[in-house]
Design a protein around this ligand. Sequence first.
Ligand code: ADP
Ligand code: MG
Length: 321
Amino acid sequence: MSYTEFDVIRLFSARQKVSHSSTILGIGDDSALIKSETGFDLAVATDTMVEGVHFFHGVNPESLGHKALAVNLSDLAAMGANPHWATLALTLPSIDEKWLLGFCDGFYGLAERHSVELVGGDTTKGPLTITVQVIGSVKHGTAMCRSNANAGDSIYITGYLGDAGLSLKILKGQYADADFRSFDRLHRPSPRLVEGARLKGVASACIDISDGLAADLGHILKASQVGALIFWEKISLSGSLKKYVETTGDWRLPLTAGDDYELCLTVSVDQENELERHLAGLNCSCTRIGVIEEKPGLRILKDSEQVDFTDTGYVHFTESP
Ligand code: ADP
Ligand code: MG
């Protein structure tokens, strides 16, 4: 049998015999949730970045340090949790002091902005691989999970989609745009922690968009046993992305490209006014792009035509090495 990343996760979660009374949420969401005596639940998430898979050889170490922490903080943002601690497991091919100092600048720059303390980790020799674990807290019972979306809820996204994917296309030489200036969307994503914290109590479900809107919304749909209709024209796109779609006809990119680290959330009709109130004064936009439906599957409405849309995003072990 050929396993994908998700088969491996299922294998591990099915083997689990221990069930701790403090485990509120185990495998299957953006973070695990563990009950503590303080009235706050602990939110725990971990993500790995591997050279050649998640980033190019020779990429700026400062960006790498930033991104390794940012992608983890994004998982806490999706739960509405506040970050506190991190551990860092670094596998390095060799010691390069200049590289390490650059990496530290990126990692600690973001850590300090969000009051995250590095409390441990591991250092080993091998192919460049960076694993970060983050631990945060969220008031008991208030975390946003993937499983609570209901038919009739509206679907919202923060910010703009597709610019990280467009950066990658330009860097790979698959598309040219001399005016494109948003490479930071790929190299230095902003975890939507402030937005996530404000969305608690308003959103019925939430996920961060790491693998593309279709794939990540798909996780909400599966966990909540619902379907969705997305209004393509409502998806917020940057000027560069609009130009890309017009030039190439590739309207799928904002639905399938990963690495944006925006939030996708669902909101019930009676909470929609609250949403506006909760997000007032923030710099980040939050746009209604679709609706949750009872019928399973994801459908896209574009140019008044509805198409069934299946995209699982990047799944490790499905491509040849
Ligand atoms: P995300 O994209 O939000 O980081 P993933 O798709 O990586 O989420 O993981 C989905 C779920 O599976 C998460 O709950 C994660 O903690 C869990 N998971 C992934 N790999 C493993 C593993 N090897 N053992 C146990 N749980 C895992
Ligand atoms: Mg996630």
